[in-house]
Design a protein around this ligand. Structure first.
Ligand code: 4NP
Length: 154
């Protein structure tokens, strides 16, 4: 079993998009039983009185454009324990990576890296919450997920 946690700031745009894009990819190659896939936030911005907000509508719509359903996913926060629970903790940008170090108490590198590092370029995935452009977000995440999948299930 390969356990994968995608992480972003709010867990309502990029990391849930990555979670469901990656689930779809893994399903298409018949390997869904070999993976446990989740996503979480570094911040509590989208969790109100313990209840996480649903996936942001433009992110949900972008997924639907590609035939992907994100179900009833709601934002949850990354915990220190997740570091041991997951084999890969994949952040979207450099700020996520710094926050992930603080939350987990572990240095980045090894199993805790940026998603796009698997493409050979360690770029950030820009936050569409601030910058819009959900189709660019989708294609960046899709590229990252494809490269990651090639790495773990060649
Ligand atoms: P995400 O986008 O990290 O891609 O889910 C954001 C969503 C909400 C906030 C920040 C980023 N926020 O501050 O509420």
């Amino acid at each position: 079993m390969i356990r994968v946690m995608f992480v972003c700031l709010g867990n309502i745009c990029r990391s849930p998009m990555a979670e469901f894009i990656f689930k779809d990819m893994v399903k298409k190659i018949g390997k869904e039983k070999e993976f446990q896939i989740a996503s979480s936030a570094t911040s509590g911005e989208e969790i109100i009185n313990g209840v996480g907000n649903p996936v942001y509508l433009p992110a949900k719509k972008e997924l639907q454009k590609h035939g992907i359903d994100c179900g009833e996913k709601r934002a949850v926060r990354l915990s220190a324990e997740d570091y041991d629970r997951y084999d890969y903790l994949l952040g979207m940008d450099s700020m996520n990576m710094k926050d992930m170090e603080k939350i987990t108490g572990h240095k980045c590198g090894g199993k805790m890296v940026k998603l796009l590092s698997f493409t050979g370029k360690n770029d950030d995935i820009a936050d569409p919450w601030f910058y819009g452009n959900f189709d660019k977000t989708y294609s960046d995440i899709e590229r990252g997920c494809r490269a990651f999948l090639e790495c773990v299930a060649p």
